[in-house]
Design a protein around this ligand. Structure first.
Ligand SMILES: [Zn+2]
Length: 367
């Protein structure tokens, strides 16, 4: 404990010494000012382009196709890029985020083929437009109709090749089916072939709804526990069903730091030795590596809110697998960048990689 604290203090001091905040002028920001100056992040003298891989948005025209509209705490009006981009840019500027990788949480997995095609097409066109208008500030993940895996593969390819999107955002399950199910192989195969980054975000109709009775009461537990649990289940199946053996080149990004999985990685390794009768192998036979080894080939956002949490992620999966995430516009955090600056035990290169270098490589952003 003492060592950890001393390391933390040392790292924090090193961080402060190595940093210059240019334009971080929040105290002087008055409500009347149109725009705060942009906070620029510098690590040991080098300007770092920071990238937030967990940033939500929504497209009203696509919502209308499902009789939905913006309003309320879930479908927040500031999800709209077209009318609310100034709010978003101001938040990014204040927090020191240079680029957001935009995604839309799937709510179209129950739609039939034609409707799902239409929803995703509108969203992908609008996301591409928003990115083209401000290519220095935004890239985006495609929306895909994963309930129709062949269509989803086509949409991913079209999105990447024709619209400049950088991969796809998908849910942690598809109408109760695990994303490791062989029916989704056409999508995974195309994602691997295209070098697509696939951002996996929990679905409200997964673990949060399935355990709804347990999550009732005070505490927002459906999200606080349910969302990371949903991602934990999804990633565990990709590992244990052999999806990551079958498609070893996949670039998977797990939301919310991969849920609970990297926090308790050791347990994944001890299940099968304890009960081999419950580990007959997946659709491709036994998995090739120790389960926790696969954690080192998955990427994760760093949404764990405290520096020791990020420090632990580094120990379990490696600094090379971590990316900044904010969950914008949901008000979970305004200090995603500071979290990385305060994480103990990181070298300058590791810190810069987490802040944006790794995301730039994954998403094809000029560093
Ligand atoms: Zn989110």
């Amino acid at each position: 404990m003492t060592t950890t604290r001393r390391d933390f203090a040392k790292a924090a001091a090193g961080t402060l010494a190595g940093l210059v905040f240019v334009g971080c002028d929040l105290l002087a920001a008055a409500p009347a000012r149109a725009q705060a100056r942009r906070r620029e992040i510098v690590v040991n003298g080098t300007r770092v382009k920071t990238i937030d891989v967990h940033a939500h948005c929504a497209v009203p025209a696509a919502l209308a196709l499902q009789n939905l509209k913006l309003g309320g705490p879930s479908l927040r009006p500031d999800l709209d890029m077209a009318s609310q981009v100034a709010v978003r840019l101001q938040a990014m500027d204040e927090q020191g985020i240079d680029v957001q990788a935009l995604s839309i949480n799937p709510n179209w997995y129950k739609a039939d083929r034609d409707l799902a095609r239409q929803i995703c097409q509108i969203q992908n066109d609008k996301l591409a437009e928003a990115c083209a208008a401000m290519p220095e500030r935004f890239v985006a993940f495609a929306s895909v109709a994963l309930q129709h895996p062949e269509l989803a593969a086509e949409q991913l390819e079209h999105g990447m090749k024709k619209l400049g999107l950088r991969g796809a955002a998908i849910g942690g399950n598809v109408n109760g089916e695990e994303i490791s199910d062989p029916k989704f192989h056409p999508f995974w195969a195309r994602a691997e072939q295209l070098g697509a980054a696939i951002f996996i975000h929990p679905q409200g109709d997964g673990a949060p709804a399935q355990l709804g009775q347990r999550f009732k009461g005070n505490g927002y537990l459906g999200n606080v526990i349910g969302n990371p649990l949903e991602t934990t289940i999804a990633l565990s199946h990709l590992i244990f069903e052999g999806t990551l053996d079958r498609f070893p080149g996949l670039k998977i990004i797990g939301a919310h730091a991969g849920g609970f999985l990297p926090s308790y990685a050791g347990r994944s390794d001890f299940g099968c030795p304890t009960r081999p009768d419950l580990c007959p192998g997946g659709p491709h036979g036994p998995i090739k590596k120790t389960p926790s080894e696969y954690l080192k080939q998955i990427y994760y956002d760093t949404m764990v809110f405290n520096p020791e949490g990020v420090h632990h992620l580094v120990a379990e999966v490696g600094a090379s697998q971590l990316l900044v995430g904010t969950d914008f516009p949901y008000p979970w955090t305004k200090t995603a960048i500071d979290l990385i600056l305060a994480t103990p035990g990181l070298g300058d290169a590791e810190r810069a990689a987490i802040l944006g270098g790794t995301a730039a490589r994954l998403l094809g952003i000029k560093a």
